[in-house]
Write a protein that binds this ligand. Structure first.
Ligand SMILES: Cc1cc2nc3c(=O)[nH]c(=O)nc-3n(C[C@H](O)[C@H](O)[C@H](O)COP(=O)(O)OP(=O)(O)OC[C@H]3O[C@@H](n4cnc5c(N)ncnc54)[C@H](O)[C@@H]3O)c2cc1C
Length: 619
C-alpha cells in the first residue's frame, strides 16, 4: 500500500456521482453557496456518464404549469396510482412543483426542444413527456455542473463514506480511488450528496453469453447509491419495489414513444388483445386497482407475463400500421438513434423492418432504482411545508445520517422523476445541504487519519488477494484462494434470480426461497473478502460487486418483510399472492446495523397528502 499515492481534498459539499441528480446538485449548490467549496466525484466522465449517457428522446417529467397542462397534484395522483398506492407524496409534490423551472433552464442552455410552431408549447409525447433532440442532453447538464463546481473529479469510484468521529451518526466525507492511476482519494466534506444512480446486474440478465452486459438500465449503475448509505446505517425504503420493464426484445429498446406518439399497440401471437383476457384474474389479486386509469405499469406487465406463461407468446408490438406513415416511420427509427442505437442494430441483424414485421417485446430482469415507475431508495426527510412529522427531520432530502443527502435514483418513495425530476431533486438536496452548513450543523467534524488509512487498506485488498493468490494457481486461471469479480457477479445474479424473483422463476418467490437466498448472500459476502483484482479496472469491478451484493441483501430483506404481492408483474410472493391493503398499505423502512450487519425492518404510514388537503379545503 505504501506505493499508492494519497490525495486529500477538503470541501463543503461533496457530490458523489455526476449524472442527472449530481449535475443538478452541483449547479444549485453554487447558486445558494457562493463561497462554498463544491466538489463532484464521478466514476466515469461527467460529459457522458450515467443513465442518460447516450442521450434521451423525451423529457419524461414536465408539468407544463405555465399552460395549465398539469399541476403537481396531478402528478402525485399519477405516481401514487402507478405504484399501487404507495409513494411519498410530500417528495413527489415537492419535485413536481419545481421540475418545470429545471426544464426551462435546459431550454435556455441550448437543449434542442421540439415545439409546436403555432402555440410555442413543447411538443408532447404523452401527458407528462415532452420531446427533445436529446443526444446533447448529458453534455449540456455536465457543462452547468462544471461551471458551478470548484472541481470535477472524473474516473474516481467512491467506495465508502467517511463518518465524523466527534459526533455519532454524522457524515464526514467519502473515499475512493482513481481507476486509471490507482491513486487513493480522501474527500473530507461537511455534507455529502449521494447521486450515484440505480442498480442493474443484480439479477441475472436475459442477455447472457454473447450478449452479456446488455441490460435495460445502464450496466454501470452498480447500486453505490444504496450501498454507500446502507453501509453507514442510513434507513432505506421500498427496496422490494424492484422494477421490470416491458421493452423490445434483445435490444431493450424503449417503447414509450411507440405507445404514446406512434400509437402502436401490443398483441399476442394470435393477434389478440391479451390484456383484456387477464382482467378478471388480475382483479382477484389486486381488486379495484386494475380499474384505475392509466393501468399501473406492473399490472400491464402482469398480463404480459401471464399470457406468455399460458402459451400465448411471443408478444408483438404492432408497428406495421404506424410505419406506413413516413413521418412516424422516421420518428420510430430516430427514437432509437437518440438513445438505444443497439435496438436498431438488433433489428437489422434479425431482418426486422418494423414496417413489414411486428417486432417482439419481452419483460426484462428486475432493476433497483428510485426515479422510474418504481421508488426504491433512501428514506429521506421531506420539505418542511409539506411533510408530516414521520417524514420530516430538518433538511429536505437528508437521509437519516446527519449531513448525508440524496437525489435521483438514490431517494426512495418518489417515483416518476426521470431525468428532469432527478436533476430537480439534486437541486433541492443541494439547497438544503447549503442551509445545513449555514446553520452551523457541520461544525467540528473530525475524521482521523486512522479512519482514512483503514479504508485504504480495505479498498486495495482485492489487489493483494490477487497478487498472493495467483501463486497458488497450478493450471488455468482459477485460484483456490480468490474469486474474480465476474465469478462473484454471476454467483450474485444466480442467487437473486433463482431465490428473489428473477426471470428464471418467472418473478416468483416466497418466504422459504427468500430465507435461503439470504443465507447464500451472506456466504457470498464472506467470500467477497477474498475477491481478487488483477488491475485497477478489476478493482473497480470488485467494488461494484460489493456494492451490488449489499444492495441485494437489502432488496431481499425487504421482499421477505412485505407479506403480500403489492406489484404483480414486478414480483410475486407465492405464499401471499394477493395485495393486502388492510395490513400492507404502508411503506417499508429498513436499517442495517453497521456493527453487526443485521437488518431491522419497520412499517411507516403512507399519507395521502394531496387529496387530504383537498378534502379539508372542501369541508
Ligand atoms: C435506457 C433508459 C432510458 C431512459 N429514458 C428516459 C427518458 O426517455 N426520459 C427521461 O426523462 N428519463 C429517462 N430515463 C431515466 C433517467 O435516465 C434517470 O431517471 C436519471 O438518469 C437518474 O438520475 P441519477 O442522477 O439518479 O442517475 P444517473 O443519471 O445514472 O447518474 C448516476 C451517476 O453516478 C455515477 N456513479 C455511480 N456509482 C458511482 C460511484 N461509486 N462513485 C462515483 N460515481 C458513481 C455514474 O457514473 C453516473 O454518472 C431513462 C433511463 C434509462 C436507463
Amino acid at each position: 500500500m505504501a506505493k499508492v499515492k494519497t490525495h486529500y481534498e477538503d470541501c463543503d459539499i461533496l457530490v458523489v456521482g455526476g449524472g442527472m441528480a449530481g449535475t443538478g446538485a452541483a449547479f444549485e449548490a453554487r447558486h445558494w453557496g457562493r463561497d462554498l467549496k463544491i466538489i463532484c466525484v464521478e466514476k466515469a466522465n461527467i460529459d457522458r456518464s450515467g443513465a442518460v449517457a447516450q442521450g434521451l428522446y423525451a423529457i419524461n417529467c414536465y408539468m407544463g404549469m405555465q399552460w395549465d397542462e398539469n399541476q403537481p397534484e396531478d402528478h402525485v395522483r399519477y405516481a401514487r396510482n402507478d405504484l399501487m398506492g404507495l409513494v411519498r407524496e410530500d417528495l413527489g409534490y415537492d419535485m413536481a412543483r419545481h421540475v418545470d423551472s429545471t426544464v426551462h433552464m435546459f431550454d435556455e442552455w441550448g437543449l434542442p426542444m421540439m415545439k409546436n410552431e403555432k402555440t410555442g408549447r413543447y411538443l408532447r409525447e404523452g401527458k407528462w413527456q415532452i420531446m427533445i433532440h436529446g443526444e446533447s442532453y448529458k453534455p449540456i447538464v455536465a457543462e452547468a455542473a462544471k461551471k458551478s463546481a470548484d472541481k470535477i473529479y472524473n474516473r474516481i469510484m467512491v467506495t465508502h463514506l467517511l463518518m465524523d468521529e466527534s459526533k455519532e451518526n454524522r457524515v464526514g466525507g467519502a473515499v475512493g480511488f482513481n481507476m486509471r492511476t490507482g491513486d487513493y482519494y480522501v474527500f473530507r466534506a461537511k455534507t455529502v450528496i449521494v447521486a450515484a444512480g440505480g442498480a442493474s446486474h443484480i439479477f441475472k440478465p436475459r442477455a447472457v453469453g454473447e450478449g452479456m452486459g446488455r441490460t435495460w438500465y445502464a450496466p454501470w449503475s452498480n447500486g453505490s447509491a444504496y450501498a454507500l448509505p446502507i453501509a453507514v446505517g442510513a434507513k432505506m425504503t421500498q427496496m422490494e419495489n424492484r422494477i421490470v420493464l416491458c421493452r423490445f426484445k434483445d435490444g431493450y429498446g424503449p417503447v414509450g414513444a411507440y405507445f404514446l406518439h406512434l400509437k402502436t399497440y401490443t398483441q399476442n401471437a394470435n393477434g389478440e388483445n391479451y390484456e383484456k383476457k387477464w382482467y378478471e384474474h388480475t382483479k382477484k389479486l389486486v381488486g379495484e386497482y386494475i380499474d384505475h386509469h392509466p393501468v399501473p405499469t406492473c399490472l400491464r406487465n402482469h398480463a404480459f407475463i401471464q399470457e406468455v406463461a399460458a402459451g400465448g407468446g411471443p408478444i408483438h408490438m404492432v408497428t406495421k400500421e404506424a410505419f406506413q406513415d413516413p413521418h412516424l416511420e422516421t420518428v420510430g427509427w430516430e427514437n432509437f438513434l437518440g438513445m438505444t442505437v443497439g435496438q436498431a442494430v438488433v433489428w437489422a441483424s434479425q431482418n426486422i423492418d418494423p414496417k413489414y414485421t411486428n417486432p417482439e417485446l419481452t419483460t426484462s430482469e428486475p432493476y433497483v432504482m428510485g426515479s422510474h415507475a418504481t421508488c426504491s431508495g433512501a428514506w429521506v426527510s421531506g420539505p418542511e411545508d409539506l411533510s408530516p412529522p414521520e417524514y420530516f427531520w430538518g433538511y429536505n432530502r437528508m437521509l437519516t445520517v446527519d449531513g448525508l443527502f440524496g437525489a435521483g435514483d438514490t431517494v426512495g418513495g418518489s417515483a416518476h422523476k426521470f431525468s428532469s425530476g432527478s436533476f430537480t431533486e439534486g437541486r433541492l438536496a443541494a439547497k438544503a445541504a447549503v442551509k445545513y452548513i449555514q446553520d452551523q450543523k457541520a461544525e467540528g467534524i473530525n475524521v482521523t487519519d486512522k479512519q482514512c488509512h483503514d479504508f485504504k487498506e480495505t479498498i486495495y485488498k482485492p489487489l493483494e488477494n490477487y497478487t498472493v493468490g495467483r501463486n497458488e494457481i497450478t493450471g488455468g486461471t482459477v485460484s483456490p484462494s480468490y474469486i474474480s469479480p465476474i465469478q462473484g457477479l454471476q454467483r450474485l445474479q444466480k442467487i437473486m434470480d433463482e431465490y428473489v424473483g428473477g426471470i428464471t422463476s418467472n418473478y416468483m418467490t416466497n418466504e422459504n426461497m427468500l430465507k435461503r437466498g439470504l443465507e447464500l448472500l451472506e456466504w457470498l459476502q464472506e467470500d467477497l473478502e477474498n475477491v481478487g483484482a488483477e488491475d485497477y479496472h478489476q478493482l473497480m469491478r470488485a467494488w461494484e460487486l460489493k456494492h451490488r451484493a449489499l444492495t441485494s441483501q437489502c432488496v431481499t430483506e425487504h421482499t421477505l418483510y412485505r407479506k403480500e404481492t403489492r406489484w404483480p408483474g414486478y414480483y410475486y410472493r407465492g405464499d401471499h399472492l394477493k395485495l393486502d391493503d388492510e395490513n400492507w398499505h404502508c411503506l417499508t423502512v429498513s436499517r442495517r446495523d453497521p456493527k453487526t450487519g443485521k437488518f431491522t425492518l419497520e412499517k411507516m404510514p403512507v399519507y395521502h397528502i394531496v387529496d387530504e388537503k383537498e378534502k379539508k379545503q372542501a369541508s
